[in-house]
Design a protein around this ligand. Structure first.
Ligand SMILES: NC(=O)c1ccc[n+]([C@@H]2O[C@H](COP(=O)([O-])OP(=O)(O)OC[C@H]3O[C@@H](n4cnc5c(N)ncnc54)[C@H](OP(=O)(O)O)[C@@H]3O)[C@@H](O)[C@H]2O)c1
Length: 252
């Protein structure tokens, strides 16, 4: 089992990350939270500190817009110092862009790429270089089932998440001999603020806490990949294997 005792979370105010942080703190871990919105970060830190208790582990963090690549090295160095070393990194931030708006605007397409793809990869690049010489640790990032096959309804988002998954695959290959586990997290439909505009009826929807439980378990086990909930592995297998001639008749 991998230690998650000192974990830094990027995009910590995300509903999935918040639920994950609660589970880590409940297990006695120190957590360093990095988030864009200062007021929401304060609320998150208060919540975690109350749960940790007065004698509990370190809970801290700082504000940053993670689209700003120049901030990443300092954020990681300060997290490392605050935690007294990093056991695990979770990259959770992301946005669900309007596909049609992105298709009509290259600047919008590239902006969501920065948030969902480029910035996550940049943070992971620095974290990999930090952990590799230490010979241990866990790097995890939240991708999406949307990255498994390009679909007309969300291929901009899917492209970024798919690229992130390939990137993580490469990092995993590179870091395996050095004792660092690299996890690709692929949630399906999760009831969070990101999906506020969607119809949430039906059995495919999961809560942030259900997904958080899967994230913590997969990080501890040093897994390579986690579809969450697990049934998405089979749904996405079917979607990937569907021939174009059939797939192009759907409006997925
Ligand atoms: N919900 C789903 O169905 C679903 C499915 C598959 C994958 N995911 C992925 O799961 C992750 C967490 O999303 P969620 O569902 O928990 O949604 P969420 O609650 O809306 O969280 C998204 C978070 O990303 C942060 N963020 C966005 N851009 C940022 C930036 N430039 N710098 C720093 N933080 C930034 C947001 O911060 P602000 O508060 O400042 O906006 C927010 O805290 C994302 O990577 C998402 O793509 C979600």
């Amino acid at each position: 089992m991998r230690s998650l005792q000192r974990t830094v979370i990027f995009g910590a105010t995300s509903a999935i990350a918040h639920a994950t942080a609660r589970r880590l703190v409940a297990a006695g871990a120190s957590v360093h939270c990095i988030a864009r919105n200062g007021a929401r970060l304060d609320t998150l830190l208060q919540d975690l500190r109350v749960r940790a208790g007065a004698e509990g582990p370190y809970i801290g963090g700082e504000c940053a817009d993670l689209d700003d690549y120049d901030l990443h090295a300092g954020l990681l160095a300060r997290a490392d110092a605050a935690l007294g070393g990093i056991d695990a990194v979770l990259v959770a931030h992301g946005c669900l862009p309007d596909q049609q708006a992105c298709a009509a605007s290259v600047p919008l397409m590239l902006a969501q790429w920065t948030t969902n793809g480029g910035s996550a990869m940049a943070i992971l690049a620095l974290a990999a270089n930090l952990l590799q010489p230490r010979g241990q640790g866990v790097l995890a990032a939240i991708g999406s089932v949307a990255g498994d096959r390009g679909r007309q309804s969300n291929y901009m988002y899917g492209t970024a998440k798919g690229a992130l998954a390939i990137y993580l695959q490469g990092l995993r290959h590179r870091l395996a001999p050095h004792g660092v586990a690299v996890l690709t997290i692929k949630p399906g439909f999760v009831d969070t603020p990101m999906t506020a505009g969607l119809d949430k009826g039906g059995p495919l929807w999961a809560s942030a806490d259900t997904v958080a439980a899967g994230i913590v378990s997969a990080m501890r086990r040093g897994q390579a990949q986690a579809y969450l909930p697990g049934f998405w592995r089979y749904i996405m297998l079917a979607i990937r294997l569907t021939p174009d001639a059939v797939f192009h008749r759907t409006r997925l």
